[in-house]
Design a protein around this ligand. Structure first.
Ligand SMILES: Cc1ncc(COP(=O)(O)O)c(C=O)c1O
Length: 384
């Protein structure tokens, strides 16, 4: 394609408009979107509450700079901190990678040493976040990156123990993505978390939970680490935080909450007031009851995927947590799945290990899940 940087393989669809789980092209064809702008649209496309909040804010102002405080920033920050159960402070940015850069910058200030990350962790594309991303093929063209980053195998208790027993004093931080988003939807094991916790009490390294994709209700809890016994010091969120507009946050808790002083870090744009207004309506709707419904819908979705597997004897593995669901497919024709799905008017996203990643809106209905399943089954039939 001319003029546009060749960084993404695009769907051959010219979008006219989008509503809920549906995307309409310029010929009025209707496509079922199963990944919500890569996990950004927790309430689907063109959500009325978000649109109204955006309009209301735009009528007042669109940008005020960080020399003024926006009330919506305070509202969102308070909730992000309160959900940790600790004291804390929030630094807002625009994207997931910036949120992780902010965490890295804080770590550099707090403690010199080795940063531990894990294979298949994805933290972003800017130099710092890329340096701690556990995908060798994404890093290799850009090396040398940050020094002193060590990648250990995800969920490998023995490898972690061996490394920490030798190098514990030198470790400054450990980055964890409890449910791998781009990495194939594998979930951290409770035993692995126990070991991370155990050594944290000995060596006092900083634990960072990257909740950019799995946070904010996506897995049925406000933060995905709450499914496990993890006690992170720093948490990063983005994706749905701005209700479809760019907004991310780094939450510093406990003894690290005052890490930054004036001059340490900043942003001209973030937090954008319009994104804050949209994001506030997202946060407000993440109630206990709503989160519970996400877990129920997850069970329903996974059961329906298991039915397809049984009916068609397809060799696949269902993974993930909440409405962050992966189907790792073992088929010779897997590289055709996106095209086949488009022919069924179904938009699929495939991540590492040939895993189809479903990130539907959190307010998806069972009828809409049935519609995904109906089309996905037809796609699978064409794959086998
Ligand atoms: C877990 C995780 N961290 C960080 C990022 C980077 O976010 P962004 O693309 O907004 O920079 C992503 C993006 O997919 C992600 O899934």
């Amino acid at each position: 394609m001319m003029y546009i940087s060749n960084t993404y393989k695009r769907f051959p669809i010219k979008i006219q408009r989008a509503k809920g789980i549906w995307i309409y092209d310029t010929n009025n064809n209707k496509y079922l979107d199963t990944f919500s702008g890569i996990g950004v649209l927790s309430f689907g496309h063109s959500d009325e509450i978000i649109k109204n909040a955006i309009k209301e804010k735009i009528n007042r102002y669109t940008h005020i700079s960080n020399f003024f405080l926006d009330e919506d920033a305070l509202y969102i920050a308070k909730r992000l901190v309160n959900e940790t159960g600790k004291d804390g402070n929030v630094f807002f940015a625009n994207s997931g990678t910036e949120a992780n850069e902010t965490a890295l910058k804080a770590i550099k200030k707090l403690k010199k040493g080795i940063i531990v990350s894990f294979t298949s962790n994805f933290h972003g594309r800017t130099i710092g976040s890329l340096s701690i991303t556990g995908f060798e093929h994404l890093r290799k063209n850009f090396e040398p990156l940050l020094n002193d980053v060590v990648f250990l195998p995800f969920n490998d208790i023995q490898a972690f123990k061996n490394f920490v027993e030798k190098n514990g004093e030198k470790i400054s931080a450990v980055f964890l993505e409890c449910v791998h988003g781009s990495g194939g939807l594998d979930t951290v094991s409770s035993e692995f978390i126990d070991v991370i916790n155990k050594f944290k009490y000995v060596y006092d390294y900083i634990v960072v939970a990257d909740e950019v994709q799995a946070g904010l209700g996506r897995t049925g809890k406000f933060y995905s680490y709450k499914h496990f016994n993890l006690d992170p010091d720093i948490i990063t969120v983005a994706k749905s935080l701005g209700g479809g507009l760019p907004l991310s946050a780094t939450i510093f808790t406990g003894k690290y909450k005052d890490v930054f002083m004036p001059g340490d870090h900043g942003s001209t744009f973030a937090p954008n007031p319009v994104a804050l207004a949209a994001g506030r309506t997202v946060i407000e709707r993440l109630t206990e009851d709503f989160l519970k419904e996400i877990s129920e819908k997850s069970i329903y979705f996974k059961n329906r995927l298991a039915e397809i597997q049984k009916n068609l004897s397809i060799n696949y593995k269902i993974k993930g947590l909440g409405l962050m669901i992966g189907v790792e497919i073992y088929s010779q024709k897997i590289n055709q799945i996106i095209e086949i799905a488009i022919s069924e008017k179904l938009l699929l996203n495939v991540v590492k290990n040939n895993t189809v990643r479903f990130l539907p809106p959190l307010n998806i209905t069972k009828t809409e899940i049935d519609e995904i399943i109906f089309r996905f089954e037809k796609v699978i039939k064409k794959l086998i």
